[in-house]
Design a protein around this ligand. Structure first.
Ligand code: HEM
Length: 412
């Protein structure tokens, strides 16, 4: 697709193909989203799915409880039988009620706003520890040297495995996640199967240890919460527990890394917002919500509609059985809802963004993500009075998890 003007261009919008986006899309997808919102808001993709880009339509489909996420048949064709297929059909992320609710209800109390505060001390200590390391180096890649480290360490603690294993489990976790991208080669799928099997073998002794223990605290970690539920007669298999740990890692680390690294990236581009953040002119929780809206680390989601859906916005009817791609990244920049949406406005209120989703699958880890970012971003600015770029930052070629591959900085 060639972007000719900033005004609606129906032909250009109709020729957009999410399965084959140009390189510029990865650097900046927002002009494409604006074009689609204005000229083709219910856009048919080449594979027969529909891409929704307006806030009202995204919200409607996301909140519609008749929408389904289970993809047994589709994933079966793509992955073939094996551990990878088992994983992506066993977690709450890809299951519909009642199984979704059964699994989510077990861990819900553990992820609540109140209980997640118990890891605040750990997060603060971990942030300071990694800042000590980067302060020594001065010239760093902010993504690999800092932003990637915190979320994985926190998730190790949350799952109930040694924090020292963070690098290892991050590596295995990514191989489980990567095959979800469109058009991946066969070896990536084979690696995904092996990595899922390996991850399960790694986690199993930690599970069995808790199952042998007579005294477990369900609020101490995810494994303990799930073993306690098993003991209390809730139907949950050992495999479902292991897959819950893997989805917690994969749901929580890449997204939070991308939020923290892009927060610094976009603040560097915007001296006014940077000064506001440094001076604490805006309450940190308000500023973080705006960063989530502006960045939207998880950009796309899928739903299969199980009935004809007439879009409230008047943008047409989606026939029953259609795979819908929800583009929350576009919804969060929709000027029908947000005033001057392309501007990072840390004080923005109201800010009903959908960066964490909507409906029954709304992000269970959002209190944790908010907490991590609200500790980490101000701590970086407090520690380093000067933060300079030493080269251009690059974005990953990933349409779902938009994130920086690197962010070279000099800190002083
Ligand atoms: C900035 C960081 C994060 C963003 C932007 C984000 C975004 C999202 C979104 C949009 C969904 C909805 C998926 C759907 O509707 O299909 C979701 C679900 C989920 N998130 Fe997050 N997330 C973040 C951090 C976390 C963290 C820290 C964790 C765990 C520690 C986590 C675990 C999950 C899980 C397990 C689900 C599935 C919930 C369900 O299916 O009921 N996320 N997340």
């Amino acid at each position: 697709m060639t972007l000719k003007t900033e005004t609606a261009d129906t032909d250009a919008a109709k020729s957009f193909d999410l399965l084959n986006v140009p390189d510029e899309y990865f650097e900046n997808p927002y002009p494409y989203f604006r074009l689609l919102r204005d000229a083709d808001p219910a856009h048919w993709n080449s594979d027969g799915s529909v891409l929704l880009t307006r806030y009202a339509d995204v919200r409607q489909v996301w909140r519609d409880i008749s929408g389904e996420v289970f993809k047994g048949e589709q994933f079966g064709q793509r992955f073939g039988e094996g551990p990878l297929l088992e994983h992506h059909t066993s977690t709450m992320l890809f299951r519909d009620p009642p199984d979704h609710d059964r699994l989510r209800n077990i861990v819900n109390p553990f992820f609540s706003q109140a209980s997640i505060q118990s890891v605040r001390g750990f997060i603060e200590e971990t942030v300071e520890k990694y800042l000590d390391v980067v302060a020594e180096k001065r010239d760093i890649d902010f993504v690999s040297d800092f932003a990637f480290r915190l979320p994985v360490a926190v998730i190790c603690k949350l799952i109930g495995v040694p924090v020292e294993d963070a690098d290892y489990i991050q590596g295995v976790g990514r191989k489980v996640l990567f095959p979800l991208n469109p058009a991946v080669p066969a070896e990536v799928i084979a690696e995904g199967h092996d990595a899922t099997a390996e991850f399960k073998s790694y986690l199993r002794p930690f599970l069995e240890k808790r199952q042998r223990s007579s005294d477990i605290d369900p609020m101490s970690d995810v494994l303990s919460a799930m073993v306690a539920a098993q003991r209390n007669g809730v139907t949950v298999s050992d495999d479902e527990i292991l897959h819950m740990c893997i989805v917690t890692l994969n749901g929580g680390h890449e997204t939070t890394t991308n939020l923290i690294s892009q927060s610094i990236h976009y603040l560097l581009d915007d001296p006014e917002a940077m000064a506001q953040m440094r001076n604490g002119d805006v309450p940190v929780n308000v500023a973080i919500e705006e960063l989530v809206r502006f960045i939207t680390p998880l950009q796309l989601q899928g739903r299969r509609v199980t009935r004809d859906i007439e879009l409230d916005s008047g943008n047409g009817t989606i026939p029953k059985g259609t795979e819908v791609i929800i583009c929350q990244a576009s919804a969060n920049r929709d000027d029908r809802v947000f005033d001057n949406p392309e501007k990072l406005n840390l004080a923005r209120k109201p800010n009903n963004h959908m960066g964490f989703g909507a409906g029954i699958h709304v992000c269970i880890g959002r209190p944790l993500a908010r907490l991590e970012a609200s500790v980490a971003v101000p701590a970086v600015l407090r520690r380093f009075k000067t933060i300079e770029r030493t080269g251009p930052a690059h974005f990953n070629h990933n349409t779902r998890f938009r994130g920086l591959a690197d962010l070279p900085l000099r800190l002083a």
